[in-house]
Write a protein that binds this ligand. Sequence first.
Ligand code: ADP
Ligand code: MG
Length: 388
Amino acid sequence: MSSENSACAEMVERTRRAYIQAYGKTPELIVTAPGRVNLIGEHTDYNDGFVLPAAIDRQVVMAAGRRDDGQVGLRALDFDDAVEFHVANQRRSTVSKWSNYQRAVIWALQEAGYEVPGFNAVFTSDVPIGSGLSSSAAIELATCQTLQKLADIDLDGVTRALLCQKAENEFVGMRCGIMDQYIISLGQAQHALLIDCRDLSYQAVPLPQGVKVVICDTKKRRGLVDSAYNTRRAECEAGAAAMGVKALRDISPEQFTEYELKLDTTVRKRCRHVITENQRVLDAVAAMRVGDLTTLGRLLNESHASLRDDYEVSCTELDIMTEIAWRQPGVLGARMTGAGFGGCTVNLVEDEHAEAFLSQVSSAYQLATGLQPDIYICTAVEGAHQVV
Ligand code: ADP
Ligand code: MG
């Protein structure tokens, strides 16, 4: 438990107590799985491109133990709800929808040929729901880690991420890319991961010294996101087809200046975002490796402008939050993060300015929008793992 944060330690104790109370014995194990934030590389994952996320110190904690009657007992402490079902023949629940993430992982493990035993699990989470910090993928990875340990299933981190992505895509029915499950599976403390979404390789990139990653939740809940997401994906596919490549990953910014005139205005803008964003991710990693924080910050700002103007997935609240951040002392860069239309911004703020940033941005944003934001000063943590 030494490396865990105090919130995590409290959640471990709470899940342990709840498990004992519900099932009359101590849990065999307790696992944790973090939420995540993407520093740069937005809407690039489904274009075979690059992303640069970090796992953050907000997490799911799950206490579990085997049972021998083939039943699964799940308790969601935050929803004060419990379900019980047989481990075979998983189907989506319309009643306790929160249990679909666990059912999905059971299903995906069974699909992959593993035998899943009956088990009990109690869980809680402080990853905000629906803010774009991936509370759902954190639950999937916590469940997968739990079942791997309980049933002695050996999966490497990438395979585990792919299995949980399949669970979310095919069982839950959400067509997400690989980024969330990947970073939550493989995240490293004090590092972001540069992930190549084509070949699924990664490099750990140390986060800059003297800088805090600050997440600002606009509290504007993503509305349009599903339909807009599907439209953007289709526009990217159309652009790649018109330029004769498998994915937008295959076009460099230089090549794009030759090709872009072939594309209609909307598709051209969407492609320009993805192609320049891929380059920005690589440039951001290069800047981090040499400690060039000015360039790193500028790339974040340019990413926001590109998402706002070319990809058109920002919204008033995200723009206001970002513009307020840009005016604060000690801010290297700020941009919207996640799919868009609400959710969070990510900000790189010099250590000594982080507390002032929090209070200034909070009051200025509230004044401008009437919404009370949540602001988290984060550290990058290890991916899903057993703590007890
Ligand atoms: P996100 O962007 O946070 O992943 P999703 O809509 O994909 O948003 O997933 C949120 C869903 O995950 C919730 O509606 C709920 O079903 C489940 N979930 C998240 N956090 C919890 C929690 N603390 N307890 C139970 N279920 C949760
Ligand atoms: Mg989700």
